[in-house]
Every structure is written in structure tokens, then in C-alpha cells.
Design a protein around this ligand. Structure first.
Ligand code: FES
Length: 122
């Protein structure tokens, strides 16, 4: 764990066009369901506008874990939830990540630029 025990664990799921066309909404819906079923009250999945990693989507980013998961499907949700509950990082969902793009994603998030958060999708 990363010292995040007292804080919410934000989980950003891209819902922009490319990720959505590959099942990102189903992914987010299932993630919300499984997180609730698992009683992970500190985990907060939310939609995100775009990570500029569109060709790798659906993309999921967990900033407090410095973790970008790419090519994630609804079928991968149980593995992601197990990770959020303290299990192993799903390495296969990071295997194709471009390191430069990964740096870019976290540079944007670290700068506090969080496009699409909040009520953008409501
Ligand atoms: S459409 Fe998902 S990262 Fe751009």
C-alpha cells in the first residue's frame, strides 16, 4: 500500500470516444458494482475525459498508485478490484504501456489538470 489508507483512492476511467467505443462505459459500470460489492468504500471510480492514450484504451488510471492500466475490459474488473483491495498489480494490463505516454499522463495529473472530472459527463 502507499500510505493512502485514510484517503479516497481515485480511479479514473476514460469515457471519451475511443475508449467508450471499446467498452469503457461497461467497464466503469462493472467497476462501480464490484467496488460496492467488495465494500471498498474508500475507492472512488470516476469518468475522465481523455488521457491522450486513445489508441491504447480503454484506459484506467489510479493516480495514488502511479498506475496506468491499458486495454482494460469489463472482464478485467475483478483483477483491478483485487489490486485496489491490496492484491498484486495486474502487470499484463501495463505490459503495452508507452513509458513516454505514461509520464505525460502523470505529468498532467500531477499538474492538477483533470479534464472531464466532476459533472462533465452528467
Ligand atoms: S479516448 Fe480514452 S484516452 Fe483518449
Amino acid at each position: 500500500m502507499t500510505g493512502e489508507d485514510d484517503d479516497d483512492i481515485e480511479v479514473f476511467v476514460c469515457l471519451n470516444v475511443d475508449c467508450k467505443s471499446r467498452g469503457a462505459q461497461e467497464l466503469l459500470d462493472r467497476l462501480n458494482d464490484r467496488v460496492e460489492e467488495a465494500g471498498l468504500d474508500q475507492v472512488a471510480p470516476e469518468p475522465y475525459l481523455c488521457f491522450s492514450a486513445c489508441q491504447h484504451g480503454p484506459n484506467v488510471v489510479i493516480p495514488s498508485r502511479r498506475c496506468w492500466l491499458s486495454g482494460v475490459s469489463a472482464d478485467d474488473v475483478d483483477e483491478v478490484v483485487a489490486f485496489l483491495a491490496g492484491g498484486p498489480e495486474p502487470a499484463r494490463l501495463k505490459a503495452k504501456n508507452d513509458p513516454k505516454l505514461e509520464k505525460f499522463i502523470f505529468d498532467i495529473i500531477d499538474a492538477g489538470l483533470l479534464p472531464g472530472r466532476g459533472d462533465f459527463f452528467s
